[in-house]
Design a protein around this ligand. Structure first.
Ligand code: OVV
Length: 408
């Protein structure tokens, strides 16, 4: 609990017992988000002693003002000023200006369109091969055999990881993302199974375990050039491995689900595969992988007329902002031809996703290859939701696909 009493801090904010981490919410949060948006621009979540913003304008405003809503106290529920983080804080995600700017500059360059353009040819060849493989299977688990298989191959290769041990990547990411929520059963369950993953991650972040030509090596080159220290380079490889797998895997899962449940939208993509990039953008708006992130107030502040004290946790509900009817027409409709720009699925401001061009590259290439070779995608059973405190995706998506040639 914070040192201030509730009556001091929420004179104007309505109070709610909403639990962003309940299974029923994580399974389908959108009706709950609608209620929250209607309650007011800022709502006090009494279960967690945190404020929530769920409308697009306030989410965008909070993310765009890092001087008032800082990240160095953690972007999860844990307040690093008073509670010990479960791992050493990230030097980019859980950092503020001016330190953040120096680190971000290096990461931004390593993940820039110019830097990652060299990956396109390989990413395309791997996408073709993967789509050909699932076509020979016909029926398969899209979550495992498609959405997870692709980033675990191409992104892990791009970073420069060894082939062995990659089964540790998703469990590690799952723990990182659970760690941004409350230290609940979900967190403990994953923590109990992840000691091997933590150990493996710390080893592969070391320079000698990375290839010489990958993104990890690029980070160490920045250290050789004196832009960051070698220890910082290692921590940034950890960032790539924390933020770069579960995220893209779940975004691809959410894409497959949206396309399978909206066959007319898949048809549009199939007829114009160059819409793949726009499709990814609409997926990240319509059903973003991140549902929410916290900030912490650095001073007393007013949001839309509601007063907050210093050192309060504020939950920015990204997935709700992306469905706010104040900002979007027919927000609950998956429409890959809409202008999805302005969504906050990749965040906003100085902490906006540093890997978003990589995510778009992977999604664009893989969905493009699928669209060209596959006539239709059909769910053959109930998808299995993966529950996590911060990210939403699936652990299983049983599907069948029909190749283009079979129909002609
Ligand atoms: C955006 C993000 C997610 C998870 C971890 C990190 C970043 C990190 O920097 O470790």
């Amino acid at each position: 609990m914070s040192s201030t009493t509730i009556s001091d801090v929420c004179t104007h904010a309505p109070t709610s017992d909403f639990d962003p981490y309940a299974e029923e919410v994580l399974n389908d949060p959108y009706p709950f988000y609608e209620e929250l948006r209607e309650l007011g621009p800022v709502v006090y979540l009494q279960r967690y002693d945190a404020y929530a913003v769920a409308r697009h304008a306030e989410v965008h405003a909070v993310l765009s003002d890092p001087a008032t809503f800082c990240s160095s106290a953690g972007v999860g529920l844990t307040n690093f000023r008073t509670e010990k983080p479960w791992r050493k804080p990230s030097i980019i995600l859980e950092a503020d200006p001016p330190y953040h700017a120096r680190i971000r500059k290096v990461v931004a360059r390593v993940l820039s369109p110019a830097s990652i353009a060299r990956l396109r040819v390989t990413f395309e060849a791997e996408a073709e091969a993967l789509v050909d493989k699932i076509l020979t299977q016909g029926k398969f688990d899209a979550a495992r055999d498609f959405c997870a298989a692709y980033p675990l191959k191409v992104f892990a290769d791009a970073v420069g990881l060894p082939a062995e041990g990659r089964e540790n990547l998703l469990p590690y990411g799952d723990m990182v993302f659970n760690g941004f929520g409350p230290i609940n059963e979900r967190f403990h369950a994953r923590m109990n199974t992840s000691s091997a993953a933590i150990q493996w991650i710390s080893e592969v972040c070391q320079r000698e375990n990375l290839t010489k030509d990958g993104l990890g090596a690029d980070l160490y080159s920045a250290a050789d050039a004196g832009e960051i220290t070698h220890e910082e380079a290692g921590l940034l490889v950890r960032t790539l491995l924390s933020a770069g797998l579960d995220t893209t895997v779940f975004t691809l899962c959410n894409a497959i689900i949206a396309l399978a449940r909206n066959p007319q939208q898949y048809q549009i993509l199939h007829e114009s595969p160059t819409l793949a990039r726009q499709t990814i953008e609409e997926v990240v708006r319509y059903d973003p992988t991140f549902h929410s992130f916290y900030r912490t107030t650095t001073k007393p502040v007013e949001i839309a007329g509601v007063s907050l004290n210093e050192n309060q946790k504020v939950l920015a509900i990204i997935a709700s902002a992306n469905r706010d009817p104040r900002r979007w027409e027919n927000p609950a409709q998956f429409d890959l031809q809409r202008r999805a720009t302005g969504h906050v699925g990749f965040g906003a401001g100085i902490h906006g996703c540093a890997g978003q061009m990589m995510a778009r590259l992977e999604g664009d290439i893989l969905l493009g290859a699928l669209a060209r070779k596959v006539e239709s995608i059909t769910l053959t059973g109930e998808p299995v939701r993966h529950f996590n405190n911060t990210v939403r995706g699936y652990s299983s998506i049983p599907v069948s696909i029909i190749p283009v040639t079979q129909i002609q």
